[in-house]
Design a protein around this ligand. Structure first.
Ligand code: SAM
Length: 223
C-alpha cells in the first residue's frame, strides 16, 4: 500500500468514527474496528498516527523513576483497548515481556495475538463492570492508548480501571485535547477521593486530523 492509500483508509475510518455518538452501542463500535482491523496497522503508521512511541517511552521513563528496583521484564501490564497491539509492540521493544491485552473487537485482538507480544488476550469491554478473569489489584500498570474518548472508554470506566491496578501501581493513557473536558470532572473526583495521584501530564503528537493533532498523556499512581 502506498502512503496515499494509507491516508485514504485512515480518513475513511476517522470519518466513520466521527459519526459515532454517546448513544452508539458497543456493537456499533465493535463493527467499525472489526472491519478496520485488516488495514489498521498500515493506515495508522506515522504520519497518520504518532502516539505509541512517545507513549511507551514516557511510560518506561516514569516506571524507571517510580520502580527502580523492579525488573521491567516482569512488570505486569494490562494494555486496555490494545487494538492490534501497536502500543504493546513499542513496550515490548523497550523490554516489557509481561503484558496482557484487552479489547472488545475480536478482529483487532486477533491481530494483536499474531504479534506474539501479549501473554493473554482478553476479549471484553472496559466499562464500570468487573471483567471475568481479571483479579482486583492484579496488575502493576494499566495502559490505554487512544481509546479514552466518550464513544469508547467512558469516564465511568475509570473506577474499575483503578481496581485492576495494585496500590502504588500506575495508569497511563492519552486523551485528545477536544475530549478532555468530558473527563476532567471524573479525573479530579478520583484524585479528591484519594484513589490516585497525578504523576505526569504532557502534550504529545496524536493524529493527522484537524483538531486532533495533539493529546495529553496522563500518568496516575494508584494510592
Ligand atoms: C483507536 S483504537 C486504539 C488501539 C491501540 N491502543 C492503538 O494505540 O493503536 C481503539 C481500540 O479500542 C477498542 N475499544 C473501544 N472501546 C473499548 C472498550 N470500552 N473496551 C475495550 N476496548 C475498546 C476498539 O475495539 C479499538 O481496538
Amino acid at each position: 500500500m502506498d502512503e496515499d492509500t494509507d491516508q485514504k483508509i485512515f480518513k475513511y475510518y476517522q470519518d466513520r468514527l466521527w459519526l459515532l455518538t454517546t448513544d452508539s452501542s458497543q456493537d456499533d463500535v465493535i463493527r467499525e474496528y472489526d472491519e478496520w482491523a485488516e488495514n489498521y496497522d498500515q493506515s495508522m503508521q506515522e504520519p497518520n498516527y504518532h502516539v505509541p512511541r512517545p507513549f511507551a517511552r514516557q511510560f518506561d521513563a516514569t516506571r524507571g523513576k517510580l520502580f527502580p528496583n523492579i525488573d521491567k521484564k516482569n512488570f505486569k501490564v494490562l494494555d486496555v483497548a490494545a487494538g492490534t497491539g501497536l502500543l504493546g509492540l513499542e513496550l515490548n521493544k523497550l523490554g516489557y515481556q509481561n503484558i496482557d491485552a484487552l479489547d472488545m473487537s475480536q478482529e483487532m485482538l486477533n491481530r494483536a495475538r499474531n504479534k506474539n507480544i501479549y501473554k493473554k488476550c482478553i476479549c471484553a469491554a472496559m466499562t464500570d463492570q468487573r471483567i471475568n478473569g481479571i483479579e482486583t489489584a492484579e496488575y502493576d500498570a494499566l495502559t490505554c492508548s487512544s481509546a479514552v474518548c466518550t464513544t469508547h472508554v467512558r469516564p465511568s470506566a475509570f473506577e474499575e480501571m483503578i481496581e485492576i491496578v495494585k496500590p502504588g501501581g500506575v495508569l497511563c493513557f492519552n486523551i485528545s485535547l477536544v475530549e478532555e473536558k468530558s473527563y476532567e470532572e471524573k479525573l479530579n473526583e478520583l484524585e479528591n477521593k484519594g484513589k490516585w495521584r497525578l504523576v505526569l501530564k504532557e502534550k504529545i503528537p496524536y493524529l493527522r486530523e484537524e483538531h486532533l493533532e495533539e493529546c495529553h498523556l496522563y500518568i496516575y499512581r494508584r494510592q
